[in-house]
Design a binder for this molecule. Structure first.
Ligand code: BGC
Length: 357
């Protein structure tokens, strides 16, 4: 009888061990600093991070800085002084956080750079992002293939203009750099003609990745170069992301272009406006970066830092922030067009079909 009772007890103990709730993170507070609410992707990133961290039991201080550097600095300062144990930061200007992060380092608060690398600060412990160089290569190679550049000559060139993002964002070096590594040989051969002559990163930059700024510059290019459906030919506009693509597209629509003769416009993020434009045939491609995957990797990093285990890393060579290589996790970007958006965005539950109507 005794034996049976102890067997039953043992069985109960095993079952309850399995049924025990997973160890929660208690009241550990994590600061999440996002650049702005103005661009759709950062809202998604912020809310994904908050939800996933809370699910693991963390308390989250999520702040958006309205694309204002001073606001971001003071929000991060506040996170440090109110007891955050880990900071996750998507910077507005990667070079503007050095002194506030020195305070984090003194307090031994680890910092994870989120999507954008934080430069010149030795307080940055880890970096999680997408393979940003690959994003640029996708965009550049798409233009080469679609415009049939390998079959063209100087006598039959493709006319193109170039747009990238904010020069304070280190990612720009990789997006624009990746695309230009592909496009430059064709520019040098005269197979791509940039009529404005604006080809440097500084000339092609867009303050704060702003749609309005991109629209203004495209309007200026249209009038200064005489682009139009029945005027000077324009075959493509390289854009590093969707917020700039949306401004470029607005200007091209206003200049009279329609889906039948629309220049190829590139992008990245698969934001809702751009995905709708792809469906309408007025943006040619985008790059899908599943922010759910990025958020879940960063949550793993936070969790590992709090538990003293090794955070996930898959790149130890690409991202030097000026103080040395920052161990990184690079998520995979995916090439997106009108042809595959349904599988990528709707079937995966990223958007509902209704959101794209
Ligand atoms: C991000 C892009 C985004 C851009 C503007 C970049 O740092 O990697 O996904 O489109 O910022 O918000």
């Amino acid at each position: 009888m005794k034996k049976i009772i102890s067997l039953v007890l043992a069985a109960l103990m095993v079952t309850s061990a399995f049924a025990a709730p997973k160890k929660k993170a208690g009241n550990v507070k994590v600061g999440v600093s996002m650049p702005t609410k103005d661009l759709q992707r950062w809202n998604q990133d912020g809310s994904n991070m908050k939800k996933s961290l809370e699910k693991q039991g963390y308390v989250v201080d999520l702040q958006y800085a309205n694309n204002d550097i001073a606001t971001q600095v003071s929000q991060v300062e506040n996170m440090i002084s109110t007891g955050c144990k880990v900071l996750v930061i998507a910077s507005i200007d990667g070079s503007a956080l050095k002194s506030v992060l020195a305070q984090a380092k003194t307090k031994k608060i680890p910092v994870i750079a989120y999507d954008r690398l934080i430069m010149n600060s030795d307080a940055v412990s880890y970096y999680a992002t997408f393979d940003n160089y690959k994003v640029g290569v996708f965009q550049g190679q798409f233009l080469v293939d679609k415009l049939g550049l390998d079959k063209r000559t100087k006598a039959n060139p493709a006319y193109m203009e170039l747009f990238t993002g904010d020069s304070g964002d280190n990612n720009v070096n990789f997006f624009f750099g990746g695309a230009m590594d592909i496009l430059t040989p064709y520019i040098n051969k005269g197979v791509i003609v940039i009529k404005s002559g604006q080809k440097t990163k500084a000339q092609c930059a867009t303050l704060n990745w702003s749609t309005e700024e991109a629209q203004k510059r495209m309007e200026n290019l249209i009038s200064s170069q005489g682009y139009g459906p029945t005027k000077q030919k324009l075959d493509a506009v390289y854009s590093s992301n969707d917020s700039c693509a949306n401004g470029i597209t607005n200007a091209l629509v206003a200049a009279g272009y329609t889906a039948d003769n629309f220049p190829l416009v590139t992008g990245q993020d698969c934001d809702i406006t751009s995905t709708k434009n792809m469906i309408k045939g007025i943006q040619a491609m985008s790059v899908f970066k599943d922010t759910r995957t990025l958020a879940s990797k960063v949550v793993e990093m936070v969790d590992a830092l709090c538990k003293g285990t090794q955070p996930p890393i898959n790149d130890n060579k690409t991202y030097n922030n000026g103080t040395g290589i920052i161990p990184s996790f690079l998520c995979e970007p995916v090439f997106a067009t009108k042809e595959n958006y349904k599988t990528l965005l709707i079937d995966s539950g990223y958007y509902t079909a209704k959101q794209l109507q």
